[in-house]
Write a protein that binds this ligand. Structure first.
Ligand code: AMP
Ligand code: MN
Ligand code: MN
Length: 328
């Protein structure tokens, strides 16, 4: 066993120890929770409940409304601020690469703090850090804990885990898709996931505003660096005109990365809620390993995976494009 594998195995044992010895838990994730974040939260809470533990999920009020594609998921025991007995709880961060990505500052000094994630640039901010880079999604790590704890998957849990799996693997199309991801999908389907119904819920049944927003994004498409960089911009006015929510831009960037010749796709969104000055949320996707977009994102205070990363910046669109262009 390599040194790294031994570290990961030890961390897994530490997590299992924390689960077995704790009575009360608090589970959180990153801001603007995505499918993996929500699926992992729900499944982890179900695991803790099945083991007779008390657990609350805390999601900050500014993260609501959740993206419409995830609203069918039921979040039991959800709170929007940490409960009064916080010091008595084991705090678990799921799918969160660094503390800054969670808006609840009260949790940042928690002890014990269990950090379960799959981002290679995770800053190891926990007292226990269980980071599995090879896992396609955090849901895959949580799924493994179910087996280890001998807890059976209900169809609700299987659906939650499936949401994490299917969204983080880009519907089983990204390079993080492994035999294990497919084995997990097989088990989840056997446990009751209706694949076609889930697809319809996550990727279809979209409000028309989402399509209008996509039209506006595609109309703004520009290619740089001999077609290796594809950029689309969405302004606050685009969202207003389309009657779209922030999360309706999810998926736009996949159209940019689908273009022949594109190495890096970039979506720049003007954030609607800004106090002083315009803030831009930048999403980056790479189509191969030639450019590590997480390194670009880290230069701007963000992070992510080698082929999918993001950051928020006060820079203007021209400066942002120049900065990425220089790397491509
Ligand atoms: P997005 O473009 O928002 O879909 O994010 C793509 C990937 O980058 C995800 O894995 C996120 O976890 C990561 N990411 C996005 N924004 C940030 C940020 N500000 N800091 C760290 N990681 C981020
Ligand atoms: Mn996530
Ligand atoms: Mn994830």
């Amino acid at each position: 066993m390599s040194e790294l594998a031994a570290v990961v195995r030890d961390a897994r044992n530490e997590v299992l120890g924390a689960i077995r010895s704790g009575d009360r838990f608090l589970v959180v994730t990153h801001e603007h929770p995505d499918g993996d974040a929500l699926g992992s939260l729900i499944a982890m809470q179900a695991l803790l409940s099945a083991l007779g533990k008390d657990s609350v999920i805390v999601i900050s009020p500014e993260d609501f409304p959740l993206p419409h594609e995830y609203r069918f998921l039921s979040l039991d025991g959800l709170a929007t601020s940490p409960p009064a007995d916080l010091p008595l709880r084991t705090v678990m961060f799921l799918d969160c690469g660094n503390l800054d990505r969670n808006p609840l500052a009260a949790l940042h000094g928690a002890d014990p703090l269990v950090n379960i994630d799959h981002h290679h640039d995770n800053t190891l901010f926990g007292s226990i850090n269980y980071v599995v880079e090879e896992a396609s999604c955090t849901a895959e790590i949580v799924w493994d804990l179910f087996a280890e704890c001998g807890v059976e998957l209900t169809s609700e849990v299987a659906e939650a885990l499936y949401v994490g799996l299917v969204t983080d693997t880009g519907r089983f199309s990204y390079e993080n898709t492994t035999p294990r991801s497919h084995a997990m999908a097989g088990e989840l389907i056997a446990a009751g996931v209706d694949v076609a119904a889930m697809y319809r819920r996550i990727y279809e049944e979209a409000p028309v505003g989402k399509l209008t927003l996509l039209c506006r994004a595609l109309a703004s498409l520009e290619l740089f660096a001999d077609g290796r960089l594809a950029v689309a911009i969405l302004t606050a006015a685009d969202f207003t005109h389309a009657g779209a929510e922030d999360s309706d831009s999810e998926g736009v960037i996949d159209h940019l990365r689908a273009l022949a010749g594109v190495k890096v796709a970039m979506l720049i969104r003007e954030l609607s809620s800004n106090g002083g000055g315009t803030q831009h949320k930048v999403s980056l996707r790479a189509t191969d390993n030639d450019v590590d977009v997480s390194a670009i994102a880290r230069q701007h205070g963000g992070g992510g995976h080698r082929r999918a990363a993001g950051f928020t910046s006060g820079l203007g669109t021209v400066e942002l494009i120049d900065a990425v262009r220089a790397q491509v």
